[in-house]
Design a protein around this ligand. Structure first.
Ligand code: FCB
Length: 453
C-alpha cells in the first residue's frame, strides 16, 4: 500500500485560510462592510456572539503568520482576498489602501519563498451588492442577482491587474455549493436567506461569475482554478428509493457545480422539479461562458462523505442519514479518510479526459486539544495516505493545502471549532504551534528529502 511519503516529486504542500475568518480590521483603511459583518451583528446567528471584527488580527499580524508558514517549509499558501477591502461597495471606485494590504502580503510571502494562491471570493460579498444604499450603483440581492456575476469579473480584473506580475495561479470561488445552501437556502450563513430551492439562481450566478472572471484571468495569461466542496454520496441501502435519493443529492452537491465547468451542462435536477434552465435564470450562452475557459486545476475541499436515504418529508427528494461506527471530529463530522480516495477516483471515472489536475485545497478537522492534538495528526495522516492511494490508482493530484494554519472564526460556530495547526488565544492573540504543526513540518521535510539529490 502506498503511503503519504510516496506522493510524487514536486507535490506541493500548503495551508489554507480565508479573509473574513482571520483578518479582522473590518473598519480599517477604507474596507467596506461585507454581508458577514452585517449577518454577524444579528443576535443569535453566531455562537457566543462572536464576529470577525478582530478574528486573528491577521491584517496586522501577517508577518508573524508568514513566519509560522515558513517554519513549516510550505510550498504554497491559499488565502482569500476580501472584495470589500478592494472595492468597498462591490462596484465602482477601488480602495488603494485595501489593495496595498494584499501587495504587502504577497511580497512578504514571496520573500519567504512561499507561492501565494489567492481565492477571489470566499463568501464575504460587499454588503453594497446585497442591499445597496440609495446612492449605490448596484441592484442588490447578492448572488441572486445576475449583475453580481459581472461585478465579480470587474473586481477580478482590478485585483489581477495589481498582482499578476507576482501570482500566476488564481482560484475564483470557494465552495459555491456551501455558499448557496448555507447562505441562500437555509439562512445559517450570510446573507441569511432561507429560500430553499429558490436559492438555485445563487448557484448559477456564482458559476457565471466564475466563467466571466476566468476569461479575465486567462486574458492576462493567468491560470484558473475553482475550489469546490465535494463529497462521496453513500446510499443508506440498496433500495431503489435510497439509490434515487442518493443520486438526487449527488446532483445537487457535486454535479451541479462541476458538470457545467467540465461538461458544459447542468445535471438532471428533475428530482427537484427543476428543468435545465434552473427555473429560468440560465440564459442562452451562459453554459458556454461558464465552460469556455478550461480549468487549469480543480480545487477539491474534502471533509467527509454523506449518507443519504429516501426523503422523510415531501420538501426535498432526499434525507441525510447518520454515518455510524467511525471516529468523529470535535465538530461531530465523521472521519472517513478513504472517502477522499473514493471521491478522487470517482471524479476521474466520471470526467475522464475532461478532468484537470486536482489540488486538495482544503482538508482538516477541528479538535478540542489545546496543543497535543493527536486526533488531528491521525486525521491528516489518514487522509494523506488515502490521497497517495488515489494517486497510485492514477488520479493526477498536484498538491495538498490543509485547513487551516491557525484557529479562526468558523463561521456560525464562532471561535469554538478549532481547525488550526497553530492554536490562537483570542484574548491575547498569542499563537502556539500544536503537535500537528511539528508533524506536518517533518512530513514535508521527509517527503522532500526523498527526492533530494
Ligand atoms: C469549509 C470552508 C472553510 C472552513 C472549513 C472548515 O467549508 O470553505 O472556510 O470553514 O469548511
Amino acid at each position: 500500500m502506498p503511503n503519504r511519503l510516496d506522493l510524487p516529486a514536486g507535490f506541493r504542500w500548503g495551508v489554507s485560510t480565508a479573509a473574513y475568518q482571520i483578518e479582522g480590521a473590518v473598519e480599517e483603511d477604507g474596507r467596506g462592510p461585507s454581508v458577514w459583518d452585517v449577518f454577524a451583528a444579528r443576535p443569535g446567528v453566531i455562537r457566543d456572539g462572536h464576529t470577525g471584527a478582530v478574528a486573528c488580527d491577521h491584517y496586522h499580524r501577517y508577518p508573524e503568520d508568514i513566519a509560522l508558514m515558513k517554519g513549516l517549509g510550505l510550498d504554497g499558501y491559499r488565502f482569500s482576498i476580501a472584495w470589500p477591502r478592494v472595492q468597498p461597495t462591490g462596484a465602482g471606485p477601488v480602495n488603494p489602501a485595501g489593495l496595498a494590504f494584499y501587495d504587502r502580503l504577497v511580497d512578504a510571502l514571496l520573500a519567504a519563498g512561499i507561492t501565494p494562491l489567492p481565492t477571489l471570493f470566499h463568501w464575504d460579498l460587499p454588503q453594497g451588492l446585497e442591499a445597496p444604499s440609495t446612492s449605490g450603483s448596484a441592484a442588490g440581492g447578492g448572488w441572486l442577482n445576475r449583475d453580481t456575476a459581472y461585478r465579480f469579473a470587474e473586481y477580478a480584473a482590478i485585483v489581477a491587474d495589481r498582482l499578476d506580475d507576482r501570482i500566476s495561479t488564481w482560484i475564483t470561488l470557494n465552495e459555491p455549493f456551501v455558499h448557496m445552501v448555507y447562505g441562500y437556502a437555509l439562512g445559517i450563513h450570510a446573507p441569511g436567506r432561507a429560500l430553499m430551492l429558490d436559492a438555485l439562481p445563487a448557484a448559477h450566478h456564482q458559476l457565471l461569475g466564475h466563467g466571466l472572471a476566468a476569461a479575465v484571468l486567462r486574458e492576462r495569461g493567468l491560470e484558473v482554478m475553482i475550489a469546490n466542496n465535494l463529497t462521496p454520496v453513500w446510499p443508506a441501502s440498496s433500495s431503489d428509493a435510497d439509490l434515487a435519493a442518493a443520486d438526487a443529492y449527488d446532483a445537487l452537491h457535486n454535479r451541479l457545480f462541476t458538470d457545467p465547468l467540465l461538461l458544459g451542462r447542468y445535471p438532471d435536477l428533475s428530482a427537484y422539479g427543476v428543468g435545465p434552465d434552473l427555473g429560468g435564470c440560465v440564459h442562452d450562452g451562459d453554459l458556454k461562458l461558464i465552460s469556455a475557459t478550461p480549468l487549469d486545476g480543480l480545487g477539491v475541499n474534502y471533509y467527509n462523505p454523506t449518507r443519504i436515504a429516501a426523503p422523510t418529508d415531501p420538501g426535498l427528494p432526499f434525507a441525510e442519514a447518520p454515518i455510524d461506527g467511525v471516529p468523529r471530529t470535535a465538530f461531530d463530522w465523521p472521519v472517513v479518510p478513504d472517502g477522499l480516495r473514493e471521491l478522487l477516483v470517482g471524479l476521474r471515472d466520471r470526467y475522464g479526459a475532461a478532468l484537470p489536475p486536482i489540488t486538495i485545497t482544503e482538508n482538516g478537522c477541528s479538535t478540542t486539544a489545546a496543543v497535543d492534538d493527536q486526533p488531528r495528526i491521525d486525521y491528516l495522516a489518514g487522509h494523506l495516505d488515502a490521497l497517495a492511494e488515489a494517486v497510485a490508482q492514477g488520479v493526477d493530484v498536484r498538491g495538498y493545502y490543509t485547513w487551516s494554519l491557525i484557529d479562526n472564526l468558523e463561521w456560525s460556530e464562532g471561535f469554538n471549532q478549532k481547525f488550526g495547526l497553530v492554536c490562537v488565544d483570542f484574548e491575547t492573540q498569542r499563537r502556539t504551534p500544536r503537535a500537528s504543526y511539528g508533524w506536518y513540518r517533518e512530513l514535508i521535510a521527509a517527503h522532500r528529502g526523498r527526492f533530494a539529490k
